[in-house]
Design a protein around this ligand. Sequence first.
Ligand code: ADP
Length: 165
Amino acid sequence: MKEAIVYPGSFDPITKGHVDIIKRAAGLTDKLIIGVLNNSAKKCWFTPEERKAMIEQSLGEEVKNVEVKIFNGLLVDFMAENNVKVILRGLRTISDYEYELQLAIGNSTLSRKTVETVFIPASQEYAHLSSSMVREVAINNGLLDMFVSSEIIPQIQHRVAQFKD
Ligand code: ADP
């Protein structure tokens, strides 16, 4: 049995960069849990339930050992509830690294060193890609098919239309 992994994030919305990390990580473990953060302090375009559904639609039937769960509160508590010791994060840039290092140290301390954070570097073609960039392109009616799975484009466009109402 390989160590289970939790990949936490906002996924507002899930991008092809996230999907790439998920597929690569799914090959390394028997069980990958995607933790969708329900953070009331962060203003998201999509509800946690919408973000969860969009992740499932983007992944399709291809990846079998992945489960998507919504969580509130501290990541270390979610880790303990699921009995998982490995946090996965993606790294795109040096600025990601500085932010991620702080989070990793914080989570290590909060868990009394029972959880470890591991990183997978972004693939070259997605190293520029973020959910905020997708939202920016969407609000300006730009092409989204390079950045997100085609299954979720209608939902993103629908949200933009609601904003413009
Ligand atoms: P958060 O708000 O927790 O940073 P995100 O959904 O923005 O949530 O990102 C979740 C994780 O995925 C982070 O570790 C982030 O660095 C990583 N990530 C985001 N976009 C990409 C990408 N294009 N390639 C690789 N990793 C990425």
